[in-house]
Design a protein around this ligand. Structure first.
Ligand code: AHM
Ligand code: MG
Length: 334
């Protein structure tokens, strides 16, 4: 990239690219807090081998999953960086049982939901992982919050994004006006705009699903996967790619096209992935890039979760791929 085109994340948020966005200054401040948390997390991952920070922390979280040491590093980084912006009203983290309060003296006008370190089962073998976040306007009119402040449909989000800690570290973001990607330039410690108005192909030929669960799938998922593998849908057989880190699998889907799936099955009746900080924000990104995200029949952004850690089935990616998948669900409803 030429040096006369150096746009940092902060400059981009404050720029005229998005004219109708309210509270731009507050959002810029909040996003710089999120970027800081992502840089701390990135640093923690890259240094984990030197600092004996791979492996388990010896506790389990609200989902009964084993917590990794780096899950704690990332969760603490997000909480600290977000609180210190003074823009946050309350937060939800994958790693915490309940809504995280912010002291009244530090409180602001946004609700932030986040998965501080997604795909952490891939950490110890150096496979790409990520962080996911969503920003919502505060709904409550006073300082006391309740579940109603966070149990909201995805369409109420004003911004969402993810950081991908891959061969390069990226932050991919939407403020509801397209999708933009920033790459971390380690030499200056800044996220710099590298991907302008990211769009997903309307069709793709890569499918991404944990096929080890196939004996538990319902008929719609089984028949759809058979169709795209065999070419019985009239297209060349698709390739299979599955990393097991949602951020990495969705990022590849965004760039190359295709479909990412984590369906409901007889073992996990609501799928595995959680709405407020996994499915919701990545669905917002996907729709803003021209793609589609569905639970098989309903756009994921129209779902209202019942609990802060609610799981939902998800199929997201190229518009035509997701529409075709939905037709299999439709047939099995009849
Ligand atoms: P995590 O947030 O505890 O890491 O779990 C979520 C991850 C996603 O990144 C990924 O899509 C999925 O779990 C993989 O699950 P599975 O191992 O069942 O295929
Ligand atoms: Mg996760």
């Amino acid at each position: 990239m030429s040096s006369n085109n150096l746009i940092t994340l902060n400059r981009w948020v404050l720029s005229d690219t998005h004219k109708d966005i309210g509270f731009k200054l507050e959002l810029a401040n909040l996003l710089s807090g999120i970027a800081l948390a992502c840089k701390i997390t990135n640093n923690g991952i890259k240094r984990a081998g030197f600092e004996q920070n791979f492996g388990l922390a010896g506790i389990t979280n609200v989902h009964s999953e084993d917590v990794k040491k780096l899950d704690i590093v990332a969760n603490d980084a997000f909480k600290m960086a977000l609180k210190s912006t003074r823009e946050v009203f309350c937060m939800v983290s994958e790693e915490e049982d309940s809504i995280i309060p912010v002291p009244e003296s530090q409180s602001g006008n946004f609700v932030v939901t986040f998965d501080p370190l997604d795909g952490s089962s891939n950490l110890d073998c150096n496979v790409s992982v990520g962080s996911i976040f969503a920003i919502w306007p505060k709904a409550s009119t006073d300082h006391s919050f309740s579940n109603a402040d966070v149990l909201r449909k995805g369409r109420e989000m004003i911004a969402a994004g993810y950081a991908l800690y891959g061969s390069a570290t990226m932050l991919v973001l939407t403020l509801g006006q397209g999708v933009y990607g920033f790459t971390l330039d380690n030499s200056i410690g800044e996220f710099v705009l590298t991907h302008v108005e990211m769009r997903i192909k309307s069709k793709g030929n890569i499918y991404s699903i944990n096929e080890g669960n196939s004996i538990y799938w319902d008929k719609a998922t089984s028949e759809y996967v058979n169709a795209i593998k065999s070419g019985s849908n009239g297209r060349s057989p698709y390739s299979s790619r599955y990393i097991g880190s949602m951020v990495s699998d969705v990022h590849r889907t965004l760039l190359y096209g295709g479909i990412f799936m984590y369906p409901a099955d007889s073992k996990s009746p609501n799928g595995k992935l959680r709405y407020l900080y996994e499915v919701g924000p990545l669905s917002f990104i996907m729709e803003q890039a021209g793609g589609k995200s569905s639970n098989g029949s309903t756009p994921c952004l129209d779902i209202v979760p019942n609990s802060i850690h609610q799981r939902v089935p998800v199929f997201m990616g190229s518009h035509d791929c997701v529409t075709e998948l939905e037709s299999f669900h439709q047939q099995h409803k009849k």
